[in-house]
Design a protein around this ligand. Structure first.
Ligand SMILES: [Zn+2]
Length: 320
């Protein structure tokens, strides 16, 4: 009679109070339903219903549908004031959830209403700054994202922007993220800008091996020796992964950002039980559990063992 009533609140409190890091938070994918409702109210003419931007509990969508959801969210965030509000709300909600160190990642966008890529980045940074001034108990950094859909020329512009803010923000802009629809473009197209970023001292967090049968593409990105891997879903899989890839990642001790709920919801992994976390955990490879997006609150961001955290020390140097 007691378990159901007593254990659940205990668990909720425990996980909420546990100090956590979140290393894979796409800004536009971390927007809560409350913030989405505020954005929709500001733009009633778009006729967007908030359910078009969320995956409800127990529901799933394909990876393609998930990227379509991002497009809808982008329509709602077209001005610097939208980006500022979203950044502050997201930071506050992560802090309320017990996250002590947060890395946001987001692609600078311009809009017809006059937002430039530079003002986009400035708005995110302003949100981080204001949150700090309001004494919210969380340390926030920013990885500037390169969206694969933009191709190499946009990637080069983004790297220039990242370099500029890397130099001017004193450790808030830490690095570059490569993300976006993994079926678009080829890794080799992004080598030049990514190498340029690396040379400038920007850290690299690269989404790779998110979909099956990308062995060559994956190796191209791994050869850059990224500081962290996003997902790496098929690295160890029969569908396009290989022992060579796994050995390479192990040999170079490249940490993985593993987003269990996101992968199951977007159906790149059939179930939690079959998630590749189990494989990497079994060989004690550095990995951290993340939330990513499309999940408003249910996933638990957990500190893994201290040894795991140490391997991601570039972003945690102020924290442990
Ligand atoms: Zn991601």
């Amino acid at each position: 009679m007691m378990e159901a009533e007593e254990q659940q609140p205990w668990k909720t409190t425990f996980y909420s109070e546990l100090p956590k890091v979140e290393l894979h938070a796409h800004l536009n994918g971390s927007i809560s339903s409350n913030t989405i409702k505020k954005l929709i109210a500001k733009k009633p003419g778009l006729k967007i219903h908030y359910q078009m931007t969320m995956i409800d509990k127990g529901k799933k969508r394909t990876l393609e549908e998930c990227f379509q959801m991002f497009q809808i969210i982008h329509q709602l965030t077209t001005g610097p004031e939208d980006i500022l509000m979203v950044t502050k709300d997201v930071i506050k909600e992560f802090a309320d959830d017990g996250v002590k160190y947060l890395e946001l990642r987001s692609t600078p966008r311009e809009s017809a209403t006059g937002m430039t890529k530079k003002t986009y980045v400035e708005s995110v940074l302003e949100g981080i700054k204001q949150s700090k001034q309001e004494n919210i108990d969380i340390d926030v950094r920013y990885l500037i994202s390169v969206d694969r859909r933009g191709g190499p020329s946009v990637a080069k512009e983004t790297v220039k922007l990242a370099e500029e803010f890397f130099l001017s923000t004193e450790d808030t802009v830490l690095g570059l993220d490569l993300s976006g629809d993994p079926t678009v473009g080829q890794a080799k197209d992004f080598l030049e800008p990514l190498l340029e970023a690396k040379k400038s001292g920007l850290k690299l967090a690269l989404h790779l091996s998110e979909i099956p049968n990308q062995k060559k593409e994956t190796q191209v990105l791994l050869d850059l020796l990224p500081d962290r891997i996003g997902h790496g879903t098929f690295l160890n899989s029969l569908e396009g992964g290989s022992l060579d890839l796994v050995d390479f990642v192990r040999q170079h001790q490249i940490p993985l950002e593993l987003c269990l709920t996101s992968n199951v919801k977007s159906q790149t992994v059939p179930s939690y039980k079959q998630h590749h976390f189990g494989f990497w955990y079994s060989i004690l490879h550095p990995a951290v559990i993340c939330v990513r997006c499309f999940v408003v609150r249910p996933m638990i961001r957990v500190f893994l063992q201290h040894t795991f955290l140490k391997s991601t020390s570039w972003q945690l140097k102020h924290f442990i």
